[in-house]
Design a protein around this ligand. Structure first.
Ligand SMILES: C[S@@+](CC[C@H](N)C(=O)[O-])C[C@H]1O[C@@H](n2cnc3c(N)ncnc32)[C@H](O)[C@@H]1O
Length: 465
């Protein structure tokens, strides 16, 4: 390590900033966040710095920096002038008096550097590239920002409040660590993140009581895994997958997504294929409840969004009946993912003012849909599970008044590297598709918006067109 990271208490401590331009203003704002008492020495004061004078109670001294300036009592010095000689002089004078100094954009003259900061006070994370590439440090900070929910600070305050009670009830330090790991990654943390702090505190109290009485309580997260591409997962989905003890997943969830789950979590496949139900829905519902009752944190991972043709409602109904804690995490549904990746906007001022999602699942060899309504113009229809019944669907729409030449697209494995978009019309598409080797899952999009595909197609794969 070229620089050793420490966190310095600056509250009410004197800090000096030499220079008063835009960059100095940014440094002043940073120091002010730690409640430092800031003196500014500069010949000219920019409006950016004078604007900060009142809010941060700056002591501004309009003069040239010289070695005779009394530096006694300053904790830190920042030199942010555009004059190389002044910057060198500030560094030299500070070094002689053993005061840490930072010269902006000049790592050689620095005895300390400013990291990129992720502020979730009282939790603060700092990233540094040791002056090698501040941009890289900032990019890394952006990544970490995305992973640390803004409410982390509130979570830390609750943890601080409960610390003495937890210490009293759980005497063993190792057990206490496991307890806190579970709290800070589990449903209580999630409650804080979604703004329900009172509920979180009540649950934390109950968990402590259970702990005292040795009761194990698990929970279920019903998570939408999106349409296929792993980076279309939400941050929350990823976070929950990385803390779950068990992942219960479907056929539509790709191996790349399963790979993102906690390494040592148990993975249970309950996937369904047409005509081949790996596990009946009722058994999945009870499996989730049983796992949670055994104290496990369970992620029930489903393709797309759990509440769109995903039977998510049935699964949480069972959990509710049995008093099991759960939360639902939405995912990008196939309609949205496939349409976007096929360059087909589902609504468009010139084409469609509404969009309807329907299932094309055949029951007793027929599809029971409101064809009259679906055949009306100026709308888009998205059909899930519509490949087998494609011919019937197209026929029914034509019979109910849709034009034979209404554009239709079939999207195979949308958003993945196997995506393929086959276009035609209500009359022609069933014939075109019949002669092709189509790989499930597929989605059907019907409406004049499909015409935009040729113009707006942006996502290309090696698959045949
Ligand atoms: C049981 S439904 C589940 C839908 C899921 N809950 C969602 O919100 O996307 C399964 C159907 O979704 C569609 N589907 C899901 N992912 C898809 C993808 N990547 N490409 C094309 N169709 C997809 C197919 O029509 C598939 O038969």
């Amino acid at each position: 390590m070229d620089y050793f990271p420490i966190f310095v208490k600056l509250k009410d401590q004197d800090c000096l900033v030499v220079g008063a331009g835009e960059i100095a203003a940014r440094k002043i704002e940073l120091l002010a966040r730690a409640d430092a008492k800031i003196t500014v020495i500069a010949n000219e004061i920019s409006s950016a710095v004078s604007n900060l004078q009142v809010t941060h109670n700056l002591n501004i001294q309009k003069k040239t920096f010289s070695p005779t300036v009394d530096l006694h009592g300053f904790r830190l010095i920042v030199s942010a002038t555009d004059n190389a000689d002044t910057n060198r002089l500030v560094a030299k004078t500070a070094a002689e008096q053993n005061i840490p100094v930072n010269v902006v954009d000049n790592p050689e003259l620095c005895t300390f550097i400013f990291p990129a900061i992720i502020d979730r006070s009282p939790v603060v994370a700092a990233v540094s590239s040791g002056g090698a590439s501040p941009v890289l440090a900032r990019l890394l900070r952006a990544k970490i920002e995305g992973l640390i929910p803004p409410a982390y600070g509130r979570l830390a305050h609750i943890a601080e409040k409960f610390r003495p009670f937890v210490k009293r009830i759980i005497k063993e330090p190792a057990q206490r660590r496991i307890f806190w790991e579970n709290i800070l990654q589990g449903s209580i943390a999630e409650l804080v993140f979604s703004g329900k702090e009172q509920e979180a505190e009540a649950q934390l109290e109950q968990t402590l009581i259970n702990q005292k009485e040795n009761v194990n309580v698990g929970e279920v997260y019903l998570v939408g895994a999106g349409p296929g591409a792993p980076d279309l997962l939400t941050f929350r989905a990823l976070r929950l997958m990385q803390q779950a003890d068990v992942i219960v997943y479907d056929r539509l969830v790709s191996p790349e997504i399963i790979d993102l789950a906690r390494r040592d979590s148990e993975k249970i496949y309950v996937g369904k294929q047409r005509h081949n139900h790996a596990l009946p829905q009722e058994s999945i519902n009870s499996l989730l409840a049983d796992l949670a009752k055994a104290g496990k944190r369970v992620v029930r991972l489903k393709g797309g969004d759990p509440f769109i043709f995903g039977r998510g409602g049935e699964e949480i109904e069972t959990l509710m009946q049995q008093g099991i804690n759960f939360q639902v995490v939405p995912g990008i549904t196939a309609a949205s993912g496939c349409a976007t990746y096929a360059g087909i906007p589902l609504t468009h001022r010139d084409h469609a003012q509404s969009c309807t999602f329907v299932t094309g699942h055949l029951k007793d060899n027929s599809i029971n849909l409101n064809w009259k309504q679906l055949a009306a113009p100026n709308q888009t229809i998205v059909i899930y599970m519509g490949l087998v019944g494609l011919e019937k669907i197209c026929q029914s729409l034509i019979e109910h008044g849709s034009p034979k030449n209404l554009p239709v697209a079939l999207v195979q494995q949308g958003t993945t590297s196997n995506q393929r978009v086959i276009t035609g019309t209500l009359e022609s598409l069933p014939g075109i598709v019949a002669g092709q080797d189509i790989k499930p899952p597929t989605l059907v999009i019907i409406g004049t918006v499909v015409m935009l595909h040729d113009k707006l197609e942006w996502f290309h794969t090696d698959q045949p067109v």
